[in-house]
Design a protein around this ligand. Structure first.
Ligand SMILES: [Zn+2]
Length: 368
């Protein structure tokens, strides 16, 4: 009889969910019976070396992944999934497991770099409008447009990752891990303007809901939308823009300043009583005919991550290859890439200087 190898059952479960597989699908792909898979996942049995080779290959992860320390799943109620009731369990669990792997990636970075400390207030008793104003005041943003949402969030300790491209059916989501470090996962297939709005929407969940109540459901969604609108387009800042009865042309010009979608600005103007319901409907119809409903013609480029760029640049200049990071994390470079894709430019030619990592370099981030 062959010797059994150690398997961490929680890792097999996360890997299977990450790959969007049911037990029977994994059984088909690996040639291992559902009965055995169930026993492995329950921790009742360990696989043979050969069986683990088949599982690792079917799940496209290194063998080492399956013998690492236990990985605790993220609870569904900790996540701000938007259309939870409409999501398939496979999609939901794939995104949830991807999020869990990103938490591991963050842990790896925190052990090697001094990253910005979380500084996201919890304001569950304020209205979304008041909460947005309070966060702006606390972060010293005044009433001005926000140059870059991702940089702003990162400078206040939010860890921003991309929603792995194979989870693209899922919208952005967020969580506070262990009620401490806030994470936001962005869907990078949307326009730059929508990406910013998603980031502000998730900030709304972190401020209003996470750690206080379940951050999903119609009411929480509505509140996060209101927060995002007020955060990106603060009342006083918008009122100063002389946008009374603004038509489509003026909205298109003002939206560049605030870096928001044209339709989002029109909605905010209606919300602030600057345009009538009728004016809003007419304007949105016009904008939609011009292509501003499906996307943003001549839109801004998508925001990228300052934190991840600094980490990867520092790693390069310390001659730490990405494969080393992936090995430490017991994942493939391909899997690692999926979590940072779109947030880090393709060209990462860092400085050639030698640097030691023993001193835990502190990454200084410029806010906004
Ligand atoms: Zn939401």
């Amino acid at each position: 009889m062959e010797m059994a190898v150690m398997l961490t059952s929680s890792r097999l479960i996360i890997a299977r969910k990450r790959r969007r597989m049911t037990l029977s699908k994994l059984s088909q792909q690996s040639g291992v019976s559902v009965r055995s898979l169930t026993a492995f996942e329950n921790g009742h049995k360990d696989p043979s070396h050969e069986t683990l080779v088949s599982l690792a290959s079917a799940l496209d992860l290194p063998m080492s992944f399956f013998s690492g320390p236990e990985i605790e799943e993220i609870e569904i109620d900790a996540l701000s999934f938007r259309a939870l009731s409409k999501m398939s369990a496979l999609d939901r669990d794939s995104a949830r497991s991807a999020g869990r792997l990103a938490i591991e990636i963050n842990q790896w970075m925190e052990e090697r770099f001094t990253l910005p400390k979380p500084d996201v207030p919890t304001l569950p008793h304020l209205s979304p409008e008041e909460a947005a104003e309070r966060v702006r005041a606390l972060w010293g943003l005044g009433e001005a447009p926000i140059p870059n949402m991702v940089h702003l969030l990162e400078s206040h300790g939010v860890r921003v990752f991309s929603l792995a491209a194979d989870c693209a059916t899922v919208d952005a989501f967020s969580l506070r891990w262990k009620e401490k470090t806030p994470f936001i996962f962005l869907n990078l297939e949307k326009s730059g303007e929508r990406g910013r709005f998603d980031a502000a929407h998730e900030l709304g969940h972190l401020v209003l809901h996470a750690a206080h109540r379940v951050p999903h459901g119609p009411e929480a969604e509505q509140e996060a939308q209101q927060f995002a609108s007020a955060f990106l387009m603060p009342r006083a800042g918008i009122l100063a823009q002389m946008l009374h009865n603004a038509d489509a042309r003026r909205i298109l010009s003002a939206k560049r300043k605030w870096k928001v979608a044209a339709v989002a600005l029109a909605y905010r103007l209606k919300d602030l009583g600057l345009i009538t319901d009728w004016g809003y409907r007419t304007t949105v119809k016009q904008l939609s005919q011009m292509g501003y409903r499906r996307g943003e013609p001549d839109g801004i480029v998508r925001e990228t991550s300052q934190l991840l760029n600094k980490v990867f640049t520092a790693l390069r200049s310390g001659r730490v290859p990405m494969s080393k990071m992936a090995d430490d994390l017991r994942i493939s470079v391909d899997e690692l890439n999926k979590h940072v894709f779109g947030l880090v430019p393709l060209v990462l030619d860092g400085e050639q200087e030698e640097r030691s990592f023993s001193s835990r370099p502190s990454l200084r981030l410029v806010s906004g």
